[in-house]
Design a protein around this ligand. Structure first.
Ligand code: UDP
Ligand code: MG
Length: 315
């Protein structure tokens, strides 16, 4: 019988976890597969770890990895991938926004052999502030135009993948991880399953608007060089314009003997160019900062505690 691993990143999910477990257990009991549930406690400050210990005690399929601090969802997913043993691997949120009830259908699609992964996308953005939706749409448009990774609008991290794809994801050992891009970059045949947006069962979302904005910038910097190209293009255009302006001034001086008037316009131009230079430096700095973090080769995560003895504790 094949083994399916569920990876569940949990950050302060003590209220949602029992509901998640109950639902996952119900769904899995109707499926003809062996299963392990890998809960990754991402440095929660509430009773998440205690809930996980309780679950692990009564169900041998429950495995938990508890991080030494909060490393973020990306690191939690990575730790899950590193330690999952399944022939099939799924990533789900703990808050039931990624309904486990879709798993049987997802698995049957993979079992036909036609696809390597089944991914989910929301068909609507109901219950989301309009500003957020607007930014999200713009983000997907921008990143798809400029990167190799094919990133679908409304894609969630919820997926079921074959082993081959998980191994490919693990081969991408970058420190700055942007999963939506990584999934798209490794390729493989993906079936997109639409589903209606579901509200969280309990607890609160960890995403502020500002957090999402920074995440989007991270994604763009990790997967495209477009900002650098734009910076170069601005430089070339500005050089061209100043050359034309210079010609204009010289010719006017020679032909009409006009002295150049106006320090105000000069100041504006100096300030404008200074601003553009700073902006471009900032863009370069973003890439440099990412490169700096990559070269340090710090671990993605540190596990402080687990109920499985042979987990990779630091990677
Ligand atoms: N999460 C995590 N570490 C974090 C933030 C979130 O492991 O630093 C987990 C969280 O417990 C949940 C999933 O990532 O299972 C998605 O988080 P959330 O529901 O807050 O995001 P949303 O669904 O609103 O995008
Ligand atoms: Mg959620």
């Amino acid at each position: 019988m094949s083994l399916i691993s569920l990876i569940i990143p949990c950050y302060n999910e003590e209220k949602a976890l029992p509901l998640f477990y109950e639902e996952a257990d119900r769904v899995l009991s109707g499926m003809d597969v062996d299963c392990e549930m890998l809960f990754v406690n991402d440095g929660s400050s509430d009773g998440t770890l205690d809930v996980l210990k309780e679950l692990a005690e009564k169900d041998p399929r429950v495995v938990y990895l508890s991080f030494a601090r909060n490393f973020g969802k990306e690191s939690a997913m990575y730790a899950g991938f590193c330690n999952a043993r399944g022939d099939y691997v799924a990533v789900l949120d703990a808050d039931l926004q990624d309904p486990p009830s879709l798993l049987p259908e997802m698995l049957s699609i993979l079992e036909t052999g036609e696809y390597d992964s089944v991914a989910t996308r929301r068909v609507d953005r109901k219950g989301e502030p309009p500003v957020r939706s607007w930014f999200a749409r713009k983000f997907y448009k921008l990143i798809n135009r400029h990167s190799d990774a094919d990133i679908v609008d409304g894609a969630r991290d919820f997926r079921l993948m074959k082993r081959e794809m998980v191994d490919a994801i693990l081969a991408m050992g970058e420190y700055n991880r942007f999963s939506k891009g990584i999934y798209g970059w490794v390729g493989f045949k993906t079936y997109w399953m639409p589903f209606e947006n579901v509200e969280r069962v309990a607890g609160e979302t960890k995403w502020s608007f500002w957090g999402l904005f920074k995440y989007a910038i991270d994604g763009i910097i990790s997967f495209t060089l477009a900002p650098l190209n734009i910076a170069s293009i601005i430089g070339v255009i500005m050089t061209g314009l100043s050359f034309i302006a210079l010609l204009f001034i010289i010719i006017r001086r020679l032909a009409f003997g006009d002295p150049v008037a106006g320090w105000a316009s000069l100041v504006c131009i100096v300030v404008f160019i200074g601003g553009v230079q700073l902006a471009v430096l900032g863009i370069m700095g973003q890439y440099l900062a990412k490169t700096y973090m990559e070269t340090k080769k710090r671990p993605h995560y540190i596990v402080a505690e687990s109920n499985r003895s042979d987990v990779e504790k630091i990677r």
